[in-house]
Design a protein around this ligand. Structure first.
Ligand code: URP
Ligand code: ZN
Ligand code: ZN
Length: 479
């Protein structure tokens, strides 16, 4: 009997802790041996001189999510996961979004239908809680957490999604008692509405005013409030898509006071600025409308610093795919619309890993180990998928990326596999790209073409994450 289905030879294996040269023995989709001179496998892959990292865990993506504003997401679970695989990601966690007036269970059932027979890589779901009625908080949310939906996002902005302060407290309290991880979109809705009204009244309607309507202080205030609520309830939280200095300072403050506050950032805050939304009134800037908006060069540096110094746990894509041309995406209401009518979000599931390896690791800004922590290991831990996902270890799924760092990769949308008609990173020259992506032992990207079959991806119920455990300090408060 052949011991290994596949042996990857002489890899420079990178984990969140170590780098070492090893063969990787794979059987039945799992890593079963690490060592030198492993016996021959049925298939042999030479990785001499190449870094091999865990497949990425992209814990913030939106696929086929109904928007309710006339726009339609361009990527479903097939194109979205194919694009992810081609960029070195082997696990995605999209959002099952509750519609107000409906149950969370309906959202989960709907998302399982949307994912049916489509994903080429493994996937879990976060919930988005938009309507936390007493019944939902008492019965449904705890039941879903017990079934493996152990994380949820709450919004402090967007009329269709946002919770009041009181609703946030009630929802955080359930996360505490049931052991779920809470992701928070922190922007102050009333400040944004107030600024938007004044900008529109002054005739400032172009896409670039999206950034003016959401200055850093609205993110800072909401981040501060979310942290205060989490402290009051004594529950860990994760602030998603952090854009710059002011929110980072709030997170750092919380961490320095011993609070379990985690931070996530995304490529758009390293590589785009508010100028990407246009320096004139042309519609083209709509391509880079996302919330919070990208800031400026100085804030890009703050985000790099945060990746380097541990302020951030995760580097996700926040892939929110809307086409630029056509009737469904950024132009769903035409080009003569004000910035507040344009779908929010940019694509990035395929480019996330290579951008950070090329511009983070190859430039010496972060270590290969930090790259692995930020793109895979920490997300797997934060969302209850570790150690099956996010590491190269005996017993872990054989989700792996072999990196090609031997040439320059010219980033062009035409080479990507999402269903979006642009990339915000068009024209960048990267010094790395996955030469091969493997998901549970199957090659799903061979360096030239996607090769994962639709529907091979498995749904992953998530465990209650350790990082979601409350601090349980002595308190007089009735928690
Ligand atoms: O603009 C963004 N980030 N769109 C995606 C939805 C969200 O809030 O993450
Ligand atoms: Zn968000
Ligand atoms: Zn998002």
């Amino acid at each position: 009997m052949q011991t290994f289905d596949t042996v990857i030879r002489n890899a420079r294996v990178v984990t969140a802790a170590d780098i070492f040269t090893s063969d990787i023995g794979i059987r039945d989709g799992r890593i079963v041996a690490l060592g030198l001179d492993l016996e021959a496998g049925a298939r042999e892959i030479d990785a001499a001189g190449r870094h091999v990292t865990p497949g990425g865990v992209d814990s913030h993506v939106h696929f086929d999510q109904p928007t309710g504003d006339g726009s339609i997401m361009a990527d479903d679970f097939l194109s979205g996961t194919t694009s992810a695989a081609c960029g070195g990601t082997t696990t995605v966690i999209p959002f099952a979004c509750q519609q107000k007036g409906h149950t969370l269970r309906e959202a989960i059932d709907d998302y399982h239908r949307r994912a049916d027979r489509k994903p080429v890589i493994d996937y879990a779901f976060h919930l988005i809680v938009t309507d936390p009625t007493p019944e939902i908080l008492r019965d449904e949310l705890p039941a879903l957490i017990a079934e493996g939906y152990t994380s949820f996002k709450i919004y402090m902005t967007y009329d269709a999604l946002k919770l009041s302060d009181r609703e946030m407290l009630d929802t955080l309290s359930v996360a505490r008692s049931e052991g779920a991880m809470v992701m928070i979109h922190a922007e102050n809705a009333d400040c944004i509405a107030w600024l938007t009204e004044r900008l529109l009244a002054a005739g400032h309607t172009a896409p670039r005013y999206h950034a003016t309507s959401r200055p850093m202080l609205v993110e800072r205030e909401a981040t501060h409030r979310a942290i205060a609520f989490a402290e009051l309830v004594d529950v860990p939280i994760l602030i998603v898509h952090v854009s710059g200095r002011e929110a980072v300072e709030q997170i750092r403050w919380a961490q320095s006071h011993g609070l379990k506050v985690y931070g996530e950032t995304c490529p758009q805050y390293l590589f785009l600025t508010a100028d990407s939304l246009g320096c004139d009134d042309s519609f083209e800037g709509a391509k880079c409308i996302c919330s919070p908006p990208p800031r400026d060069k100085a804030n890009q540096q703050v985000i790099w610093d945060g990746l380097e110094n541990g302020a951030f746990e995760v580097f996700s894509s926040d892939h929110a795919p809307f086409r630029y041309d056509g009737p469904d995406g950024k132009k769903a209401h035409g080009e003569a619309v004000s910035f507040d009518q344009i779908a929010n979000g940019i694509p990035g599931v395929e480019t996330r890993m290579a951008l950070l390896w090329s511009e983070g690791v190859r430039t010496g800004r972060i270590t290969p180990q930090s790259f692995v922590a930020l793109t895979a290991t920490n997300a797997a831990k934060l969302y209850g998928l570790y150690p099956r996902k996010g590491s190269i270890a005996i017993g872990a799924d054989a989700d792996l990326v072999i990196w090609d760092e031997s040439r320059t990769f010219h980033l062009e949308n035409a080479k990507l596999h999402h269903n979006v008609d642009y990339t915000p990173y068009e024209g960048m020259h990267l010094s790395a790209w996955p030469a091969l992506t493997m998901s549970r032992g199957d090659v799903v990207w061979d360096g030239e073409k996607p090769c994962g079959d639709a529907g091979r991806g498995e749904f992953l119920p998530c465990a209650r994450p350790d990082p979601a455990k409350p601090r349980r300090r002595k308190t007089e408060l009735p928690l």
